[in-house]
Design a protein. Sequence first.
Length: 273
Amino acid sequence: MPRKRKLLAQLSALQSNTSFPQIDALEQLNTTPAADPSPKSSKYFVIEKKNSPQLQADFFNQPCVSLAKSFLGQILVRKLPDGRELWGRIVETEAYLGGEDEASHSKGGKQTQRNAAMFMKPGTLYVYQIYGIYFCMNVSSQGEGAAVLLRSLEPLQGLDAMRELRGASRKAPTRLLKDWQLCNGPSKLCQAFGIDKAFDQRDLTQDAAIWMVPGQEPPGEQDVVATTRIGIGNRGEWAQKPLRFYLRGNKFVSVVDKKMEREMAARGHSPCS
């Protein structure tokens, strides 16, 4: 018995002085140093959460030009009646400044039944029809009668559904639309997202069928082209004001201003890669 007790004592001493890598590794996983509470992660391996945070009222409550720029890179989400979700990144906008703006539907401060949404709280949708067929979607901002037109989206999710909706709104069967053709214009994006007059005066912060979520990274100043708006050539000086904004180098933009982009390049404004 004395011999056995002596052997057990030697074994106990050996264990207390020996390092066991497997046990040490497990302990390290369960113990986080105070100086570095979390492992560093590359942005390229970040997975977006399924339920992304929704943009709230304070985001929309800003001046019209500021909101038009801030929209770039944000994501529009549309939930269809069958439960499918359509996601698109905003890549092109136009600002309409209200009463003073000769190209605005609210020029002169005139409020009508048609443009009432432009005078409602920031974040309200203003949807109107053109040529008796197509729809365009705007979002109200700060400023009496001011709103931002959403001109183009980069499709991210639900592209097959977008093609179905675009196809249903086209009279004659045509070739399958390419990705960049789905939402590269204000009426096209309304078709692709199933937006019609029924969405007029809806609140983007409250509606269950349409809302916005933040994009991953806001574009830098060198990534945004400020140029003239489309289709308002008879509005005098307002036709020349740089109130259209788009993401430089994005192939989903409806109309590219090559002259302005060359001027930006000459000033040393190179787009971020």
